[in-house]
Design a protein around this ligand. Sequence first.
Ligand SMILES: Cc1cc2nc3c(=O)[nH]c(=O)nc-3n(C[C@H](O)[C@H](O)[C@H](O)COP(=O)(O)O)c2cc1C
Length: 187
Amino acid sequence: MEKELWKPGNMLYPLPVVMVSMADRQGRYNIITIAWTGTVCTNPPMVSISVRPERYSYPILRDTGEFVINLTTRNLTRAADFCGVKSGREVDKFEKLGLTPLGADRVKAPLIGESPVNIECRVVQTIPLGSHCMFLGEVEAVHADGAYMDEKHKFHLEKAEPVVYSHGAYYVCGEQLGTFGYSVRRK
Ligand SMILES: Cc1cc2nc3c(=O)[nH]c(=O)nc-3n(C[C@H](O)[C@H](O)[C@H](O)COP(=O)(O)O)c2cc1C
């Protein structure tokens, strides 16, 4: 096993790639694509997103302290990429991509209707780290698309074909290899 030594960098892959939606004080919507995101606490439920201060989205997040994390799917991949290369300074991303803004329950930021799961968040801590500033968000509500619910009310996210980001490329999740604890479960 011969390993190459690389300089320090981010190689924690694959990662979720999410579309983060928000509304400014004037009620104008924007979407930014974020891969530097994670679940950080179960109780209270908390997530993080890390955003570069030069993004158009940054002052909106700072000012309003509200955002929605929208999970991405095979059908949303092109839109997610677009929201990750075009700025809200130049284009209304909802309008340009034909995405549907839906009213959220607890925050003014809109949900993206086409996403199967929308996570409403309120910023509880803002932590400048260097190139990125991390927003720690407490989850205030979660919306799950009924289209992926079976007759027993079990949610099948896999049917939405979730997408991950790995080392510069997008991949769709596919084959299930096991379920939580399967390695020790009696047959
Ligand atoms: C796959 C992907 C992941 C990205 N992840 C991040 C991220 O974690 N943090 C960040 O600040 N920008 C990230 N970006 C870049 C922003 O999404 C991009 O600069 C976007 O155009 C900013 O939009 P805005 O100017 O409307 O805020 C990512 C872009 C892509 C394509």
